[in-house]
Design a protein around this ligand. Structure first.
Ligand code: BMA
Length: 394
């Protein structure tokens, strides 16, 4: 009972102490619990997780009672109308601060490319990851891997038997293993100058509820998805001996708890639970998005609590942020009553090679820039400076 209490309300520890101290009956139990305080927290699924990874997991649980890390994909690499300028970040240009969480992406690594599918050189990415970690922020990595069966992109779902083909016994199993080997090499290269592994929230096979990726929706069965997840975790953790990962199960938008959990691989297989959601369409009507996001976050928190996992909004945004007060009146309005560890805004690609324009954080003078500054000052929202003070890796 005490263990549960401590997990749910870590800051109730002091109060609990005084209440229980007066009762001799519970004195011994309290002493034992305090002596093993570290074990009162939900632990990463990887029993051999490094010290820093365990600390991050524990501290993200603590963070739930305080606030939400603000994250941005590819933040240090490029922004709207610029690329690879030392120290630059659209988020910092506007808010004066770097994010508390940095998202990076491995798609392309499986083909030995020097750059990922969004043209970010992997060697630069490693340097940015080190920089982000050293500044006290958190790192999360996604992987839009190609379809190993067809050789085409993640968005090539046909002919719907990719997963059986890449698991043991399948014609592409050997090939897929070489892809996981490359991911393992990349992840193992993420160390500090002193050789400390940088903890990473690894988020493969995301948006699994949708039909757009070969690992999602009607393109595979529940059993196949779960088998792919377990195979990947086992391969990286046990075969490759990688122990600096927290695994994020990142669904797409959902209506019910049951829908969210349908392909959840189980409590031994994921550390973080979350979902991706985007606002589309007319900026004069934000209410449905706020209501929907609020509803999903309520359900996510319950799922996380029931399963002793950490909830997070693993991707969110409104492309081109056409509504000037979007940050406070839409995103914050939905987030403020919820306890989630982080929100990751997607990348500021600017004009893409196909001429589409894409950005999810503002740049200087963008319509929502002033409002983003207001949002960045909210006590509950953590950019890099306050994230560093949390000492998440200790
Ligand atoms: C999508 C878009 C694409 C990008 C992909 C992977 O949402 O941003 O342009 O290639 O993510 O990062």
């Amino acid at each position: 009972m005490i263990v549960l209490l401590l997990f749910d309300k870590p800051f109730a520890l002091a109060t609990t102490f005084f209440t229980l101290f007066s009762s001799r009956k519970y004195c011994l139990a309290l002493f034992i619990c305090l002596a093993f305080a570290g074990t009162c927290w939900a632990q990463p699924i990887d029993k051999k997780a490094t010290r820093e990874t365990k600390a991050l997991y524990k501290n993200l649980q603590l963070l739930l009672t305080k606030g939400i890390l603000f994250g941005h994909q590819d933040d240090l690499a490029y922004g709207v109308n610029w690329k690879y300028q030392e120290g630059r970040s659209d988020v910092k240009d506007v808010a004066g601060e770097y994010p508390g969480l940095f998202g990076w992406e491995l798609g392309g690594l499986e083909n030995d490319a020097a750059v990922n599918l969004d043209s970010v050189p992997f060697d630069k990415m490693k340097a940015y990851i080190r920089k982000g970690y050293q500044a006290g922020s958190v790192i999360t990595i996604s992987w839009h891997l190609n379809n190993p069966l067809t050789g085409k992109s993640s968005w090539d779902p046909s002919p719907a038997n990719t997963i059986p083909s890449i698991l043991p016994g399948g014609e592409k199993n050997a090939l897929f293993n070489t892809w996981l080997d490359k991911v393992a090499v990349f992840l193992k290269s993420l160390t500090t100058a002193d050789g400390v592994y940088i903890p990473v929230i690894f988020r493969p096979y995301h948006e699994l509820g949708g039909n757009w990726f070969w690992w999602g929706g009607k393109n595979c069965t529940t059993q196949e998805y779960v088998a792919l997840w377990k195979y990947t975790v086992t391969y990286l953790k046990d075969k490759k001996n990688i122990h600096h990962l927290l695994y994020a199960f990142s669904n797409s938008g959902f209506a019910t708890e049951q829908e969210f959990l349908e392909r959840y691989p189980g409590n031994e297989w994921a550390d973080i639970v979350g979902f991706d959601t985007y606002q589309f369409g007319d900026s004069s009507s934000n209410e449905p998005f706020v209501k929907n996001l609020d509803g999903m976050l309520t359900q996510l928190e319950k799922i996380a609590k029931d399963n002793k996992k950490i909830p997070a909004l693993t991707e969110a945004g409104y492309n081109k942020i056409p509504y000037a007060n979007w940050w406070t009146d839409v995103l914050y309005k939905a987030l403020e009553k919820h306890a989630i560890a982080y929100v990751l805004l997607w990348r500021n690609a600017g004009v893409k090679p196909n001429n589409e324009v894409e950005y999810f954080a503002p740049y200087k003078a963008q319509t929502s820039a002033a409002n983003f500054v207001t949002f960045s000052k909210k006590k509950k929202i953590y950019f890099q400076h306050r994230t560093k003070q949390l000492k998440l890796y200790r």
